[in-house]
Design a protein around this ligand. Structure first.
Ligand SMILES: [Zn+2]
Length: 340
């Protein structure tokens, strides 16, 4: 199958890339790619083609020189997808490699590691987590043998500590015994108070701790050489955004992120690479609609049950997994905005 990806289908998506064939592909993703290829009139320029990774069963794309991204499926964790539902990346310097998020199980984490080893034999010196959610951190265990520094927001340790029991229990329930095997909570060994620079040799990664938004421990990681910003779950595309921090904080942060001058951004859920500001506009609109609807309902004296039935329903057709997360988002928004 021709797996060239074209940019017409999605505003803000970066078109010039090629994906490495994977052994296990979601049927849905497959269909989407076929559709995109069918819509395409001209082939986009190729940025980089990777050799098929020996032993790796997940695909990665080189979105900029030395910057690789694996795109997860738009799904909830299951035994079948083994937690391969978020984006993860790695950046290869002259001396070392940094991994940015590790997917949602030790098993897919190991496949990500195999994909890295197929690209470079440089040591994996850093594993950076953009935030605490299990679909981004459960793969950390696969990198223990590399003895890297685990890097995270200064509130990541507290967040993971507080939720470790819940994350392990719900992870096992959602992934099943087989896919969950080897998952563990690994706490950061290096904490980002405000801003921290990691030297990979010939390029640096700048890690910036953010105020409470998607969670209270969101980190933005920017590669200096290619001006590529990994936004973690501060940016959702196609996959409905999910709120586990502060709605007002996130809306304020989106206004700042939108103005960032970077060559490309990598969402926590969405395409491999996208452009600002287009990439973040749907998420900005979603939260504006939810906030306006919830505020109006509160003003009218409506309770939470009423709010979950009507607030933000105009966004239903715009997002994948709307039914799985929207009511939770409205519930969190209501709890926060009730006290304004
Ligand atoms: Zn998240």
């Amino acid at each position: 199958m021709d797996r060239l990806r074209q940019g017409q289908a999605l505003s803000g998506e970066v078109a010039d890339e090629i994906r490495v064939p994977a052994h296990a592909l979601a049927l849905q993703a497959c269909r989407r790619t076929v559709l995109k290829s069918a819509l395409a009139l001209v082939a986009a320029p190729l940025l980089g083609r990777l050799p098929a990774a020996a032993g790796a069963t997940i695909e990665v794309s080189e979105i900029a020189p030395g910057v690789f991204v694996h795109q997860g499926r738009y799904e909830v964790q299951s035994p079948e997808n083994r937690g391969d539902i978020s984006n993860a990346g790695f950046v290869v310097g002259d001396e070392a490699v940094a991994v940015i998020d590790t997917l949602g199980s030790a098993k897919v984490g190991r496949e990500l590691r195999a994909a890295i080893k197929a690209v470079t034999d440089k040591p994996i010196r850093y594993v950076v987590n953009t935030h605490m959610h299990p679909d981004h951190v459960f793969g950390n265990a696969a990198f223990k043998e590399d003895a890297p520094q685990f890097v995270g927001h200064h509130k990541l340790r507290r967040g993971l500590d507080a939720r470790a029991g819940t994350y392990m229990t719900s992870g096992k329930a959602m992934l099943g015994d087989d896919a969950f095997e080897g998952c563990e909570i690994i706490l950061p060994t290096v904490e980002v108070k405000d801003r921290l620079t990691l030297d990979l040799g010939g390029r640096t990664l700048v890690c910036e701790a953010q105020p409470t938004a998607h969670t209270d421990n969101d980190l933005i990681v920017t590669d200096s050489k290619t001006d590529t910003a990994f936004l973690g779950d501060l940016l959702f595309s196609q996959h409905i955004p999910t709120l586990d921090g502060s709605l007002r904080g996130w809306m304020t942060l989106i206004d700042q992120i939108e103005k960032r001058q970077v060559a490309r951004v990598v969402p926590g859920h969405g395409p491999h690479a996208m452009h600002l500001p287009e990439a973040i506009l749907p998420e900005k609109r979603y939260w504006a609609v939810v906030a306006a609807d919830v505020r109006a309902l509160i003003k009218d004296g409506k309770d939470l049950t009423d709010a979950t039935k009507t607030a933000g329903q105009s966004e239903r057709g715009n997002w994948k997994l709307f039914d799985q997360y929207h009511v939770r988002n409205v519930t969190s928004a209501y709890a926060e905005l009730e006290w304004e």
